[in-house]
Design a protein around this ligand. Structure first.
Ligand code: 5GP
Ligand code: ZN
Length: 113
């Protein structure tokens, strides 16, 4: 998907501050951070969002959480962070390549806006 910005970041044809990459998952700094730490954790496979995940994606989906845990520990925010998956424009999704936001380094209110 060459028209997908996250696919281009994964393939290395668009710039990003990548903090983790393996055969299934890539993580990089959000270009417009909403918290002192704001990382996007994405599958290397192009999946538009949660509404398109399939049973064969389950191992990759689990790895997104393990990478989130590892990065939260590495970035010293394991005592309090937020994982966000916006699904659909109404919920604020603007990039239609599945991504988990890892946000930390400040306090967060609840419920979210
Ligand atoms: P969404 O609104 O879909 O939940 O989140 C998309 C996120 O991707 C936003 O936080 C936005 O700042 C980030 N983003 C959009 N384009 C780029 C880009 O080209 N590079 C990076 N690193 N982040 C991006
Ligand atoms: Zn993509």
């Amino acid at each position: 998907m060459n028209d997908c910005i996250f696919c281009r970041i994964i393939q290395g044809t668009a710039p990003a501050r990548i903090v983790y990459q393996d055969d299934e998952v890539t993580a990089f700094h959000d270009i417009h951070p909403r918290a002192p730490i704001h990382i996007l954790i994405v599958p290397n496979k192009h999946i538009p969002g949660v509404n398109q995940v399939a049973p064969e994606d389950v191992p990759m989906l689990g790895r997104l959480f393990l990478v989130a845990r590892r990065l939260a520990e590495e970035m010293a925010i394991a005592d309090g962070y937020r994982l966000v998956l916006n699904t659909g424009r109404r919920a604020g999704q603007s990039v239609f390549h599945l991504h988990v936001h890892l946000l930390g380094g400040r306090s967060f209110g609840w419920p979210p806006g």
